[in-house]
Design a binder for this molecule. Structure first.
Ligand SMILES: *[C@@H]1O[C@H](CO)[C@@H](O)[C@H](O)[C@H]1NC(C)=O
Ligand SMILES: *[C@@H]1O[C@H](CO)[C@@H](O)[C@H](O)[C@H]1NC(C)=O
Ligand SMILES: *[C@@H]1O[C@H](CO)[C@@H](O)[C@H](O)[C@H]1NC(C)=O
Ligand SMILES: *[C@@H]1O[C@H](CO)[C@@H](O)[C@H](O)[C@H]1NC(C)=O
Ligand SMILES: *[C@@H]1O[C@H](CO)[C@@H](O)[C@H](O)[C@H]1NC(C)=O
Ligand SMILES: *[C@@H]1O[C@H](CO)[C@@H](O)[C@H](O)[C@H]1NC(C)=O
Length: 549
């Protein structure tokens, strides 16, 4: 309470200054009580736990010369049955959903691969980068499923009659070694590399730019660290003197387009039906190698994620080698279903969460001062040129996998929407979490000038999105879209289509009713009307309703 009361005069003062258009420097203290204009110590770091020190040189059972030496982590494992569907040695590591180490998405939109170079008559004028943090430990601290599995093994071993054989004999001496939520070294390297690459790709855009670019990230430790390593790669070791790092707090009561929080957490548990179809046979096979310990059907998902988590943080994992190609594909499908139902087209709140960043993007590309529509932008910060500068030739924002997914959905990138069956794998689906939001994922929105016309091109981990009428574009082979058409379409539809007030500020059962799966990332008129017709007048008090924790 005391804290909130202390902040009130500041917020009020800021609002007053906004109206009298006082010069920028008077806004410096908008971020609260910090002694600096761009404080980085704003709290809300996440549930942090540190893991044990890696020892790859000691534990790696494959021969010691790691080919390509990519990040020094062991990615030569093949599935247990040795099968792979392409010639890449890192096959398993492309089936790990959001736990996949960074790789370019060369197979996401193969039809545009040959158009990746900028057309001869075009010049890149501006870029808007949206990046995911790098590799991290599992989330959830001691509540996390992986941690709990580790505890279960430790307890069984203490009891004395634990014995593992065959593929699982490593469990006789395996210990859970992971921390929680912190960026790991592989993640630091991914983001440093990404910063170096962005420098090589776009540094020219900043030539002659007379301000320090503002780079935005959020307060969670892995987010802040990721942005720092990226800027180190881009600007060098003295990065803090060459740019401003704006850290938006992940306090759930604050508006934040890079970590949006809505009233309702919608989760379609049909995903569990799918997990239930393939887990029991796996558990059965593994249990045949165990005495004094039982892996439950529910453990399978967590055990499979350990391959990725141990690899990126400890450099090596014996869990990678115990599942077949088919099992890895089933696991990957689970993660794709989780992302679609949790953050994308099968989720009714997805567009509402992502639309704040979409409107910020529209303001940036059109050099327009903040003027709504208000969703989860912090209007105090977005109205302030210090914290939301326009005409910056290069923007870089850092966020989470789920939020990037919300944003792609809010733009109506239906290129990532598939018909997904909860009883069997859709092998022809386009969307793969491993391709769209692996660790260190990078979405680049490039503004090109071609013969005096402006175009937009969107690259998802290097794959050029073939834009079409769903984003207001005329479909072209090279994926380019007239910027005007794109902007006009998004301005007309994105906010409206998100049903922001109802979807984000409302509650299921009170303000709308969702009974079955949705397909469009938003509420339908009939889902909203279902309630309105029950209660003749409009939703009461919706505007003032606070978001949940
Ligand atoms: C911001 O406000 C705090 C508390 O009022 C003050 O100590 C600090 O010096 C101010 N910082 C700036 C940059 O003006
Ligand atoms: C796991 O922990 C136990 C008990 O501390 C220790 O004896 C064992 O060597 C550890 N195993 C590994 C692989 O580090
Ligand atoms: C907007 O940002 C300012 C500065 O960080 C903060 O003090 C304020 O609480 C934020 N407002 C909301 C509604 O998030
Ligand atoms: C925060 O978001 C809510 C919901 O859209 C809005 O009513 C409020 O004005 C916003 N606050 C700020 C400071 O932007
Ligand atoms: C999004 O794409 C769907 C599918 O084609 C289309 O029906 C819908 O009108 C689009 N929405 C917007 C806002 O463009
Ligand atoms: C939404 O509310 C309806 C009616 O109360 C209920 O049947 C449905 O299960 C709820 N949906 C979710 C996803 O909670």
């Amino acid at each position: 309470m005391a804290q909130i009361a202390a902040l009130l005069p500041l917020i009020f003062a800021a609002v007053v200054i906004a109206d009298s258009s006082t010069p920028t420097k008077n806004w410096n203290n908008v971020t609260g009580t910090s002694s600096t204009t761009f404080p980085t110590d704003v709290g809300f770091l996440g549930k942090l736990m540190y893991g044990q020190s890696p020892f790859v040189a000691q534990v790696d059972k494959l021969d010691t010369n790691r080919p390509n030496g990519k990040y020094g982590i062991e990615m030569r494992w093949l599935p247990k049955d040795g099968k792979k569907d392409d010639a890449t040695p890192d096959d398993i590591f492309r089936n790990l959903g959001q736990v996949s180490p960074y790789h370019i998405a060369d197979d996401l939109f193969p039809e545009t691969n040959k158009y990746r170079s900028v057309p001869d008559n075009c010049e890149i004028k501006q870029v808007h980068l949206l990046s995911r943090h790098g590799a991290r430990y599992p989330t959830g601290s001691k509540e996390g499923g992986q941690y709990k599995f580790g505890q279960k093994v430790a307890k069984a071993r203490q009891s004395g009659d634990f014995k593992a054989e065959g593929d699982l004999s490593f469990l006789n001496s395996w210990n859970y070694s992971l921390g929680s939520e912190v960026l790991v070294h592989t993640g630091a390297q991914e983001l440093f590399d990404s910063g170096v690459k962005a420098y090589l790709d776009y540094a020219k855009l900043l030539d002659g730019y007379e301000h320090k670019p503002v780079i935005r990230t959020t307060s969670q430790s892995r987010m802040l660290d990721s942005a720092r390593y990226w800027t180190l790669g881009f600007f060098g070791w003295d990065a803090p003197e060459k740019m401003h790092l704006e850290v938006l707090t992940e306090d759930s009561s604050q508006n934040n387009t890079l970590a949006p929080v809505c009233n309702e957490v919608y989760y379609d548990d049909s995903v569990n039906d799918w997990i239930d179809t393939y887990s029991p046979p796996i558990a059965k096979r593994l249990n045949s190698m165990l005495t004094g310990f039982k892996i439950s059907d529910e453990d399978i998902y967590n055990v499979m994620t350990l391959c990725g988590y141990e690899t990126v943080s400890q450099g090596y994992s014996d869990f990678c080698n115990i599942f077949t190609k088919e099992e890895w594909e089933q696991h990957e499908y689970t993660i794709d279903l989780q992302f679609q139902t949790g953050s994308m087209f099968l989720n009714p709140i997805a567009k509402a969460k992502g639309v704040g960043w979409v409107t910020e993007f529209l303001d940036r590309v059109t050099n327009s001062k903040f003027d709504g529509p208000q969703s989860l932008q912090n209007s105090t910060l977005d109205s302030n040129p210090t914290y939301f500068p326009l005409k910056q030739p290069l923007y870089a924002d850092f966020s989470h996998d789920t939020v990037i997914s919300n944003i792609l959905t809010a733009f109506n990138f239906t290129q990532f929407a598939d018909d997904l069956d909860f009883t069997k794998i859709n092998k022809n689906r386009r969307y793969r979490t491993s391709r769209v939001t692996p660790f260190g994922a990078l979405i680049a929105f490039e503004i090109l000038e071609c013969d005096n016309d402006q175009y937009l091109r969107v690259k998802v981990n290097e794959a050029v999105v073939p834009m079409n009428q769903d984003q207001g574009c005329e479909k072209r082979d090279d994926g380019l879209c007239k910027l005007d058409s794109f902007v006009k379409h998004q301005k007309e539809h994105a906010f409206k289509d998100s049903h922001f007030e109802t979807a984000c500020m409302g509650k299921n059962g009170t303000d709308y009713i969702v009974t079955g799966p949705v397909k469009t990332g938003t509420l339908s008129k009939s889902q909203i009307k279902a309630v309105k017709s029950k209660r003749s007048n409009a939703i009461p008090g919706l505007k003032t309703m606070r978001r949940g924790a």
